[in-house]
Design a binder for this molecule. Structure first.
Ligand code: SF4
Length: 402
């Protein structure tokens, strides 16, 4: 086994994270800027087959593509996590998902601490849930987003509140003991009352893990374009004010803490021992490999990613070529920016002295004014965001990275 190519810049050995992207959705949500889309169901199986081929042959594909860090004929790196995300991977035939899991396990030795599948509530049936469990998934991440039917409808989600309850009940019944729920603060038509109702409903289900995102408008989404160009079709006039969205987030911080959830990353909370192992790799800049259209990979120094268009991706794999269309070797300045931006997302913060020493920089002149303004603090040698100012974390990142 050749571990050398997968050293992270911290020289800390970490198990590999494996990510598989399934870029298909039933409908495009109005706020979504991801490279995902609606496709005919007949395309799902050939896509899954391309993903399996890419996983099984990735050593040869990478070598042929000139990824110098992949010299071994059949690189076998110990993997710690598998995360199948999207899109809506729960749309795939469970047998296709099982083939993907088996391909990953064939190529990468475990033990796998966590195997996650993203699922949308309306796609979950008992038969599928049993098949996912039997395929080896240990964790389901559920795109709940809201428990308010008007809000769900306004952004084009297919599921309704009742589907979330039904999905939760099904997943628990078949034995899943690790569920994560996503909510979005700042959706069109959201009010303090409807947000409180969503929080109450969520906490009533007591998932092991919760992700809460504040809606950010991006011109790659229909909602974002409408906000720039004007109009009311997608609900821009019904968007809460930024201050209201920040209040929603702070309500969540307070109430989740009161129910025993540890706030460990800006957008993530977990019951003890239930942090996302896979996502932690992104924030710590541990190595990960991504398979599928648009999937990203990182080996500690170089980032590379596949073609976004599923047909282009699958065509390259079918032709025996790597589907990589972007590569970037990070210089020390870029790596430092990532250490700060990703590291500070974790509420335990970063070891400032260690980072200064590793990158041979002094960050005091940037950190001091932020600390004087109460945006960051040093605690036990670690620099971290001040918990009560997380809603302005973007300002900290802009000033720290400038
Ligand atoms: S389900 Fe997720 S990936 Fe698909 S369109 Fe909606 S937000 Fe985007």
């Amino acid at each position: 086994m050749n571990q050398a190519p997968m050293q992270s810049t911290t020289n800390r050995r970490a198990g590999l994270g494996v990510y598989v992207q399934v870029p298909f959705c039933q409908a495009k949500c109005t706020y979504c800027n991801f490279a995902t889309g609606v496709a005919r169901a007949e395309t799902y199986d050939p896509y899954a087959e391309a993903v399996c081929q890419e996983i099984l042959r990735h050593g040869a594909l990478y070598r042929a593509a000139g990824l110098k860090r992949w010299q071994s004929e059949t690189p076998r790196f110990a993997a710690e996590t598998l995360y199948v995300g999207g899109g809506t991977p729960s749309l795939l035939d469970p047998a296709a998902l099982a083939r993907i899991v088996h391909a990953v396990r064939d190529v990468f030795p475990g033990p796998f601490a966590e195997t996650t599948l993203e699922a949308d509530p309306e796609t979950i049936t008992e038969k599928k849930a049993c098949a996912w469990r039997d395929a080896g998934f240990s964790r389901i991440s559920l795109g709940a987003q809201s428990f308010d039917d008007q809000e769900l409808k306004a952004v084009g989600r297919r599921h309704r509140r009742a589907d979330i309850y039904s999905a939760n009940e099904t997943l628990r019944r078949v034995g899943f003991e690790n569920l994560s729920f996503d909510l979005i603060a700042g959706l069109p038509r959201q009010t303090p009352e409807s947000w409180q109702a969503s929080l109450d409903a969520l906490l009533g289900l007591a998932p092991e893990h919760i992700s809460i995102y504040m809606l950010e408008l991006d011109e790659g989404s229909r909602l974002g374009r409408e906000s720039l160009a004007g109009g009311a079709r997608y609900g821009v006039p019904a968007l809460p004010e930024d201050d209201a969205t920040a209040d929603f987030y702070e309500m969540a911080c307070e109430q989740l803490a009161g129910r025993g959830y540890e706030h460990y990353e800006i957008s993530n909370w977990a019951l003890p021992g239930r942090r996302s192992v896979h996502n932690g790799k992104y924030w710590r800049r541990d190595p990960y490999l991504g398979f599928g259209a648009g999937a990203h990979s990182f080996d500690g120094t170089e980032r590379f990613s596949n073609a976004h268009v599923p047909a282009d991706y699958a065509g390259a794999i079918r032709d025996g070529r790597a589907a990589i269309d972007r590569r970037e070797t990070l210089d020390p300045g870029q790596s430092l920016d990532e250490e700060l931006f990703l590291g500070l997302r974790q509420l335990e913060g970063i070891d400032l002295a260690e980072i200064e020493s590793r990158y041979r920089v002094k960050l005091g002149d940037k950190v001091r004014p932020l600390a004087e303004e109460g945006l960051v603090e040093m605690v036990g040698g670690r620099l971290r965001l001040v918990a009560s100012r997380l809603t302005v974390s973007n300002e900290v990142f802009v000033r720290l990275l400038a």
